[in-house]
Design a protein. Structure first.
Length: 370
């Protein structure tokens, strides 16, 4: 008999946050998240996501033992943008027991159905602007920063319940030596830059507020046509920026301008999961490692790279990629992940392939009628 409880107290919320330590015990690839960050992310009063969304958190118990969790999420902004009635599940964790998983999915499904929603999609933690998707391929490696990780059996738990694929996401591996050794890449970037006269400007941390406005402009304009895209509100961008500000470096953030007009933006940061992996979710050890070991991180993740629609298909993405890889190599970062990329995003796929990138991980978004 599986018992489901709705999270109502601070103690129960902490149980929700800490369950992964049980699920992933002994898993060499799992990266424990910062407990402080998870508390902030799930806080319905403080996370600006909940200004346009609501959620319920569920815990599953078997004979009094905590064995699973799930969140049911109603994202009003998503449904307003896409003119649909899609609900989401997220933060799913479960022991390898189909009965436990079914009970959790059923709890989320029923909550969403009561809210008048007609599909359940996920995992979204809590939206496509956060950690998104179920790891499908690439289990022999730790996740890069802000990417998901899960046991392989989660795929069976989802599919046996009746969830099925609606979209896959790709992660491309980039090797700086390979990228910089291919003359074609350099030539494409040079020709595109010469033709467009695009100037790349690094992040100006002294004018961080003004830079945020530029990020919002490019992000919401560039990704609007993409499947499942939800624009970020001012409050969400400010909250994200506050979290990332200590981690971003000017060499990883570029704005592209043509004749003084903003046409593109890229965000790449070191893979701080490399340090988080041994911090057990605690902030102080992470801050110490950040101060003493940052330069030992061999990976970076290209989180965002976008060209506004009227300037696409001119090779400008190659200019960004080439400069990111070149600068990263100068500071000792030799490997990169470009993620995530929709399986049918031709522009990003071509850019990654031009950089000699290889798909080395895949993630799946599931959906079902409810």
């Amino acid at each position: 008999m599986i018992e489901i409880k709705i999270v109502q107290t601070k103690s129960e919320l902490m149980d929700f946050i800490k369950l992964p330590w049980k699920i992933y015990k002994g898993d060499q690839y799992w990266v424990p998240p910062l407990i402080m960050d998870r508390k902030k992310l799930l806080n319905k009063q403080k996370n600006p996501f909940f200004q346009h969304a609501e959620a319920e958190y569920f815990l599953a118990y078997s004979n009094g033992e905590l064995v699973g969790r799930i969140a049911a999420i109603k994202n009003d902004l998503h449904n307003e943008v896409h003119k649909d009635k899609v609900g989401f599940f997220g933060f799913f964790e479960s022991i390898n027991d189909q009965n436990v998983a079914n009970t959790l999915f059923e709890a989320a499904k029923n909550w969403l159905k009561e809210k008048g929603l007609t599909e359940m999609r996920g995992p979204a933690n809590p939206s496509s602007n956060d950690e998104y998707g179920m790891l499908l391929e690439g289990f022999n490696d730790s996740p890069k920063i802000l990417m998901t990780y899960n046991p392989k059996y989660y795929l069976d738990l989802c599919e046996n319940f009746g969830l099925s694929k609606i979209k896959d996401l790709y992660a491309y591996k980039l090797e700086s030596d390979k990228v910089l050794s291919v003359d074609k890449i350099r030539r494409v970037a040079e020709i595109a830059q010469q033709r467009s006269k695009m100037v790349l400007k690094p992040l100006d941390k002294k004018n961080f507020r003004a830079e945020l406005d530029k990020v919002k402009y490019v992000y919401n304009k560039t990704w609007a046509p993409n499947w499942g895209f939800v624009p970020m509100t001012d409050a969400e961008i400010e909250a994200m920026a506050a979290d990332l500000k200590p981690l971003v470096e000017p060499i990883g953030v570029y704005f592209g301008e043509i004749d003084g007009k903003l046409v593109g933006f890229s965000l790449a940061i070191r893979d701080f999961n490399f340090l988080l992996k041994t911090c057990n979710g605690k902030l102080i050890p992470f801050l110490w490692k950040l101060f003493t070991q940052k330069n030992s991180i061999p990976w970076a993740r290209v989180i965002t790279l976008g060209i506004i629609p009227e300037y696409q298909k001119r090779g400008l993405d190659a200019v960004f990629y080439y400069e990111i890889v070149r600068k990263a190599r100068e500071i000792g970062i030799t490997l990169g992940e470009a993620s995530w990329v929709l399986e049918d995003n031709e522009m990003m796929t071509r850019g990654a392939e031009l950089m000699q990138g290889e798909i080395y991980k895949k993630y799946r978004i599931y959906e079902m009628k409810i």
